[in-house]
Design a protein around this ligand. Structure first.
Ligand SMILES: [Zn+2]
Length: 316
């Protein structure tokens, strides 16, 4: 492993940005496939509060960034990016540094992909979804050894690590599906788009993110992302997963099942509900104060240990 050398600048251990490695850097990374709903507000609020309640030895709070994950144009809704940002502002979740758009990062993803290819850590795959389903649903490395570019093929990572368990800041020791975690997963799609796992990990490295706070729907991707960080010989961030808000039928609140967008003109009730969901016990007096005052209270009273140790919670 130590003989591997990646050419890409962001993967070099001596890059100057690493000087900030001891401070807290977190992010909220929505995809613009729809407006924010109550479920995404919970994730945004948790990542904001975890960063802003952190204080370093010099008295600085953590840095909280927003990244728009617009790498999948067919799924994008026009106007969603700016609407998401407007909602975050209405809810008092102000980000530090400028917003990063994944659509502007293609060259970097390509460079890291090329590094992986040159290090013989990837291969082309022509298997169809139906073929993989026919062998049980988990990919078995059928195309390993296919190193020449072939038209209409995906690119898979050679998964040498198969990381499937990790220590979560809120959930404790987490084990995900081991077979799934061992799979050679796709890092470049058949349709020519970069895969989510590659883009997210490259951007987390690029932005020096060391804390990833998000919903439990992303537990399985976390295992793969830990494998990719390790393959790229990078330090892994700490992960914290908050419970997922589900309907009484067990459906995730999501853009796909048309969860209602939250009301920017009247953010207080949703903020209080999100804090309650996160186990933070906001006092009744907070119902009558400004958004800024609610956020100030929440920053001061954020308790990681109060977050429910549950994968999902019914809210309706
Ligand atoms: Zn294949």
């Amino acid at each position: 492993m130590s003989s591997l050398s990646f050419k890409n600048n962001i993967l070099q251990p001596e890059r100057p940005q690493l000087a900030i490695k001891n401070s807290y850097r977190g992010r909220f990374a929505p995809s613009p496939s729809g407006l924010l709903h109550f479920g995404s507000l919970i994730a945004a609020l948790a990542s904001f509060l975890d960063a802003k309640s952190y204080v370093d030895t010099k008295g600085n709070t953590g840095t909280w960034l927003v990244r728009i994950e617009d790498i999948d144009p067919p799924r994008e809704k026009i106007g969603a990016s700016s609407a998401i940002l407007a909602t975050l502002e209405a809810f008092g979740l102000h980000w530090d540094e400028s917003v990063l758009y994944q659509s502007q990062q293609h060259q970097l993803y390509q460079d890291v992909l090329s590094d992986l290819q040159q290090a013989n850590l990837s291969y082309y795959c022509q298997c169809t979804r139906a073929e993989i389903k026919a062998i049980g649903g988990n990919y078995q490395g059928h195309c390993r050894g296919l190193n020449k570019p072939v038209e209409n093929s995906a690119i898979r990572l050679i998964n040498q690590h198969g990381i499937y368990q990790f220590n979560d800041l809120f959930q404790g020791q987490v084990k995900s599906n081991q077979d799934l975690a061992k799979e050679d997963f796709i890092i470049h799609r058949k349709d020519g788009l970069f895969a989510y796992q590659l883009a997210v990990v490259v951007d987390d490295i690029y932005q020096n993110i060391n804390h990833v706070i998000r919903g439990c729907d992303l537990l399985e991707p976390t295992a793969r992302q830990l494998t990719l960080f390790t393959t790229l010989q990078q330090k892994t961030p700490q992960y914290g997963h908050v419970p997922l808000a589900v309907t009484n039928k067990g459906f995730k609140l999501s853009k796909q099942n048309k969860a209602p967008a939250i009301d920017n003109n009247h953010p207080q009730p949703a903020l209080i509900a999100a804090l309650t969901f996160l186990g933070q016990k906001p006092p009744i007096e907070l119902c009558n104060v400004s958004v800024e005052e609610i956020i100030a209270w929440a920053m001061k009273h954020w308790h990681r240990e109060s977050i429910p140790k549950k994968i999902q919670i019914n809210i309706a």
